[in-house]
Design a protein around this ligand. Structure first.
Ligand SMILES: C[S@@+](CC[C@H](N)C(=O)[O-])C[C@H]1O[C@@H](n2cnc3c(N)ncnc32)[C@H](O)[C@@H]1O
Length: 278
């Protein structure tokens, strides 16, 4: 599967018309793409550079690019809500997902985060994706395989309850754990057991009661650092001369992120010192 270079048969190409409408096609030699704006032979695209413009039989111009991962995530079929790109980006950097890392995520849901993790850890790393529901795991498998063109060898999608996972199932401790599920606080003992000392644990929760429960649960267990919690607000801007301004609409809330790190065995978190009030 090529991610750059000239278009090849089998590539998924996004065609954008002058009204910025998108059409996705898979390139097949000899095939044609038909719209009410005319017909485009796939052979006009195969062999062209990405970013080329093709003209339909009725004279409409279409801009051609391969799908980026974000395009795939936002358009793919889903069984469960996905982690949005702005939050996945936070998880990759704040969660320190490094090349070669061994990462566990649950639930796999529709596979959106799985894709981002798989790319970040690379072939030297490994991603274990646990999912309770077979139907959701089927979406994750299909979406990941569709994006990578095959099942990545460094991916283990597994149906099962995260609460029952042991280090033995994973051939040893993992470096990072990411939970995206409704009640992650029930599974903190499992996180403690499978995460290497110093490892990062992040969780993604949508509501304030969930945020309070997970943060209090992390504190109670006394084997993690004081958790950090935040949300990321993304506001796009329209930039057009004197009309330049923030867009009127935005996704104001997706979820909160919580970050903590596993302490070494037998260590309790030092008590945070507060400045004395004068
Ligand atoms: C919001 S979805 C996850 C979306 C996913 N992170 C993505 O980006 O596509 C939450 C998933 O967690 C799964 N889940 C809930 N409890 C679980 C558990 N104990 N073990 C494994 N998966 C669980 C649910 O079935 C659901 O599919």
């Amino acid at each position: 599967m090529a991610y750059s270079g000239v278009f090849q048969p089998g590539d998924k190409v996004q065609l954008t018309d002058p009204k910025r409408r998108h059409f996705t096609i898979e390139l097949v030699p000899g095939a044609n793409f038909h719209t009410h704006k005319g017909m485009v032979p796939h052979d006009d695209i195969i062999g062209a550079d990405e970013g080329s413009v093709v003209t339909s039989s009725l004279g409409t111009e279409f801009l051609c690019f391969r799908h980026l991962m974000v395009d795939h995530v936002l358009s793919m079929p889903r069984g469960a809500a996905v982690i949005y790109p702005k939050d996945a980006a936070q998880i990759l950097i704040e969660g320190d997902i490094f090349a070669g890392a061994r990462v566990l995520e649950a639930g796999a849901g529709s596979g959106a985060l799985s894709m981002a993790l798989l790319r970040a850890v690379g072939k030297e790393g490994h991603v274990y994706s646990y999912e309770l529901r077979e139907d959701h795991l089927a979406y994750a498998r299909d979406n990941v395989e569709e994006y990578f063109g095959e099942r990545p060898a460094h991916w283990s999608p597994r149906q099962g309850d995260f609460g029952e996972v042991t280090k033995e199932d994973l051939d040893g401790p993992v470096d990072r754990v990411i939970l995206d599920m409704v009640e992650p606080w029930h599974f903190l003992e499992t996180v403690k057991d499978i995460l290497i000392p110093g490892g990062v644990f992040m969780t993604y929760v949508a509501t304030v009661p969930q945020l309070m429960n997970i943060v209090e649960g992390i504190r109670e267990l006394q084997c993690f650092t004081e958790p950090r919690s935040w949300e990321t607000l993304l506001r796009e801007w329209k930039v057009e001369g004197l009309a330049t301004r923030p867009e009127h609409r935005m996704n104001a809330h997706t979820a909160f992120l919580v970050f903590t790190r596993r302490l070494a065995d037998g260590v309790t978190p030092p008590r945070p010192q507060r400045k004395a009030r004068r």
